[in-house]
Write a protein of this length. Sequence first.
Length: 450
Amino acid sequence: MESRLILVNLLIKLGVAAAVSSSLVRSKEFKSLLFREERTFRQKVYLVLWFSLPIMIGVWIRIMQRSFSASDISFETALLLGVMAGRWAGSLGGVLMGIPALLHGEWAAIPFDVLCGFLAGQLRTMAVDKENIWSFSPFIDQSIFRLIRRNLPRPRLFDWQVMFFTAVVGLRLVQTELARYLPKSIFSIESPDNYWVWGLIYAASVAAVGIEIKIFNSVRIQIKLEEQERLLLHARMVALQNQVNPHFLFNTLNSISSLVRFDPDMAREVIFKLATILRRLLSSSEAFAPLREEFEFIDNYLDIEVVRFGRDKLRVVKELDPASLDVVVPSMLLQPLVENSIKHGLAPKVEGGSIYLRSRVTDSKLIIEVEDDGVGMGGAQLEESSSWMGMGIGMANVSERLQVLYGDTARMTIDSHEGKGTLIRIRLPLVEAASSVPEGFYAERSSTRR
């Protein structure tokens, strides 16, 4: 084969390796099989099939189209499969990828591919830190530099990446010798007359393995970053949720302390209601709950507030759409809204007033409204409350939780007129009834935020 044609085939070979690996990592099933340390026998077989079938097609194309040698990357894939999945997976992959060549009369292809897969799998077992596998680079000078740097404080001769590089080059040399002494027993691109081309042939084999590992590792890092972001969102949401409960408990205990001296019976009733609420909070650690349960919780909370204010000064009116009660919402979503209406809207009003609780489903959105006919707010107060901190910790907490959980798909607005009252409206995307947030919710949110 001419030197120019060899160089073209080597470039195409690297492109084939990149295309195959990039196509494989588009499959969720393949990623779930590849990015795990322990696999069952069935999972290993599936992973081998994912790797081997495209390469078997490439070998068949090389046999049918004799001038297109770049499609055969069975040697590099056997190494890759062994180092990714272990000795037996590499050996099985070598058998499968060598079948088309065997049918064409290249009888040494299967033993050689099996040897490559097995030795690469053996090297995998020798890797103390599996991160060395994922960080393998075809640029051996960097590996030698890292070897020297790590050996400065404490000498250590073994470096996994250097050994794997040496194994790739050594096995490629074995393939060259087999092709030289047994010409028709195995396929190999060779250039005996040009040492520069000969060196590039070996470099292409190392680069093909390195390219595929780099592509797999970039997807692996992306998955890890998404998981870390999901965990961060979850931790932030839990922290906000834990902030609500002490805030509510503190306010309720203040109410009880004011009742103990002049109305012990009423204080006992409030304590009983508080115990009911705390029992519900302690019995469920879920971050989400159906809207129906939130309204049941609010009923108990309002019972406490009615005891404090008196039934003639605090009235509750509900306008609830039955279709909205099974929609899942963040836990403790309504209590800060109701508390805000009582504290800032009705408490300053001598004659008391009413709280209106509404819920409905409109245009694939859940609408929740908490309205009071209290003292309301003027323009200056509304401007101050636009950051929600002006409305207190509870309201700011609700706003931040909605931002963390839903991003731009949720919205909370306030409409208030001095002397007439305040309306707080929340719009949420629909999540059907469940006891908790649906699986993958945080992962979806992390991808949305990016």
